[in-house]
Write a protein that binds this ligand. Structure first.
Ligand SMILES: *Cc1c(COP(=O)(O)O)cnc(C)c1O
Length: 412
């Protein structure tokens, strides 16, 4: 490339750029048109100049041939994700769940064993216990916070540790460094679901995690528009282990969705910081409300793993918090929680997070509705529990909206 072309294309960035810059700038080089916003390549196939070139590209599976295998927009997203997580490479998938599916297909076979926190995302538990259980992969579910339980669960066949931190909805924190050391001593790999914190707050690879998994559906898109997922890690894992599986199995990310997430990443650090600050303000406000028993938020000094969370998450608590509305019986607590939820006029009643719009959820009857009451009690998901994924509305409008229900509860 000539100097002029390089200057036009900004094809190579200088070394040592900071994460905020990488989030805006990392991508494949622009086309000959010099577009400033990365192009959206909606194409399934790529025309080759001749049969010889086509044959070479197919055997190398490096260049663009067919979009199940690779697409320039998806490649740009993968480059940006890897830059943000500080890993050598990344591979994008159609959803967060399909990223975990790819992880399992790439690393596990019948007879292998997995150790997983019992507080991870519900579908993740089902994927390990039910779907991979069918194929002879056994999973032991252990405490989110007690490293001794992870150690006790290790078998000679243990290949993978899977953790998620903070957890949904109670925001329990696990010690990524401690789990990485334990996994490596056992000859296993550690995968961390970093959906909640995103690399703007937490970089699991820097703490020893081998694979960082994402539901980019959440904060990476950030505006609740598209589904996407990813695995980030060493090139040897991403290109040699997961790449071939994805090409065969086809949990490929749509270029349109990749483009939306690519644009979302440009504002990720601003949004995460602002939404974390808002969540802390809401958590402090909730703590002072008489109708509320407990507030679960890593940014509060009262959180059991507050110090670890602040170390691991760049001093931020993240955008998700939960709280228990008081009630003498589970029925009373549920009625009170429903009253608070139904009294909102601004906040969205939905079961999602990672949006600029604040979302309110009743976990016991939605995300955790398939559990038995006994399982919910073990998990600490009471009928009075409400989850709030704090967005970017004015913080006083969020607390006013919660006060509508809290101030009219019969317990007041
Ligand atoms: C949403 C979510 C997933 C699953 O992601 P999808 O994009 O919905 O498939 C996995 N882990 C966590 C922590 C999530 O919040």
């Amino acid at each position: 490339m000539s100097d002029d072309a390089r200057r036009l294309a900004r094809a190579t960035l200088p070394e040592g750029l900071r994460p905020e810059t990488l989030a805006v700038r990392t991508a494949l080089a622009p086309s000959q048109h010099g577009e400033n916003s990365e192009a959206l390549f909606l194409t399934t196939a790529y025309v080759q100049p001749d049969a010889e070139t086509s044959a070479r590209k197919f055997s190398a599976s490096e260049d663009f041939t067919y979009s199940r295998t690779s697409n320039p927009t998806v490649r740009s997203l993968e480059a940006r994700l890897a830059a943000l997580e500080g890993t050598e490479a990344a591979i994008a998938t159609s959803t967060g769940m399909s990223a975990i599916l790819l992880l399992c297909l790439g690393l596990l076979k019948a007879g292998d064993h997995v150790v997983c926190s019992r507080s991870v995302f519900g579908s993740t538990i089902n994927l390990f216990a039910k779907e991979f259980g069918k194929f002879g992969v056994e999973t032991t579910f252990v405490s989110q916070t007690d490293v001794a339980e992870w150690r006790a669960a290790i078998r000679p066949t243990t290949k993978l540790f899977f953790a998620e931190t903070p957890t949904n909805p109670l925001t329990d924190i696990c010690d990524i460094r401690a789990l990485a050391d334990l996994a490596h001593d056992a000859g296993a790999l550690l995968a961390v679901d970093n959906t909640y914190s995103t690399p703007a707050l937490q970089r699991p690879a820097a703490l020893g995690a081998d694979i960082v998994m994402h539901s980019a559906t959440k904060y990476m898109d950030g505006q609740g528009r598209v589904m996407a997922g990813a695995l980030c890690g060493r090139a040897a894992l991403i290109h040699d282990v997961f790449g071939p599986v994805l090409r065969t199995v086809g949990m490929t990310l749509s270029p349109f969705n990749a483009w939306v997430v690519l644009k979302g990443l440009e504002t990720l650090s601003l949004r995460m910081k602002a939404q974390s600050e808002q969540a802390l303000a809401v958590a402090l406000w909730l703590q002072a409300q008489p109708e509320i028993d407990n507030v679960y938020y890593p940014g509060l000094a009262s959180h059991p793993q507050h110090d670890l969370a602040m170390r691991q998450q760049s001093g931020q608590g993240g955008a998700v918090l939960s709280f228990d509305v008081k009630g003498n019986t589970p029925e009373e607590a549920r009625a009170a929680a429903f009253h608070v939820i139904d009294s909102t006029r601004v906040i969205s009643i939905a079961t999602n997070l990672g949006d600029t719009k604040t979302i309110i959820t009743h976990p016991a009857t939605t995300s955790h509705g398939r559990l038995s009451e006994a399982q919910r009690q073990v998990a600490g998901i009471g009928q009075g529990l409400i989850r709030l994924a704090v967005g970017l509305e004015h913080v006083d409008d969020i607390t006013d909206d919660l006060l509508r229900g809290l101030s009219t509860l019969t317990t007041r």
